[in-house]
Write a protein of this length. Structure first.
Length: 181
């Protein structure tokens, strides 16, 4: 699990210059998606597992806000504990919506997003994190994965069916279909 790597990545105050120019050019035309992130050391972590925010705003010592351009894909993980151990694991893979898209209202995501995968529980979240690690091991960025794969993964988890692997062939087919007019 890359929780510490994700938190360190989100803690970086600097924003890449291309993202700032894209953000400046788009800010007046389209609504941006704002995602709340938080980190309170032994009790609560709300972090991005993957995704490339156009900007990350540091609100205070514990809270941040990641801003995404339309159609950007990202994964947010929520982990909560009490004195006796973990009490909640939640993972959501979402896509920032365009102004004409239907979107779902999700706590901590303003104004909302297209929910591609939602799972809760230790075993399900670990299974999805393993799939994300396997995708990265293939040299494919999880933000470039087909939205249909995330939906299929979520449906298979809900049905308790065997989980599909994301292969290089499946990715090539997705890219080829995306290139068609």
């Amino acid at each position: 699990m890359n929780a510490s790597a994700s938190l360190a990545e989100n803690a970086a105050p600097a924003t890449p210059l291309p993202a700032l120019s894209a953000l400046a050019g788009q800010a007046g035309n389209v609504p941006l998606t704002r995602v709340s992130l938080a980190y309170v050391e032994p009790r609560f972590k709300l972090y991005l597992r993957f995704g490339e925010p156009a900007r990350t705003l540091r609100l205070d010592r514990w809270r941040r806000c990641a801003v995404f351009l339309p159609r950007a894909m990202f994964c947010r993980v929520r982990w909560q504990a009490n004195d006796y151990g973990t009490i909640r694991w939640q993972l959501m893979v979402m896509q920032a919506a365009t102004p004409l898209d239907a979107m779902q209202r999700i706590p901590g995501v303003q104004p909302g997003a297209r929910l591609l995968l939602h799972t809760e529980g230790d075993a399900n979240v670990r299974a999805v994190l393993e799939r994300i690690d396997a995708i990265e091991a293939l040299g494919i960025a999880p933000i470039d994965v087909s939205p249909a794969y995330w939906r299929t993964l979520g449906n298979r988890l809900a049905a308790r069916s065997p989980l599909p692997d994301y292969t290089a062939e499946r990715h090539a087919a997705w890219l080829a279909g995306k290139a068609l007019p």
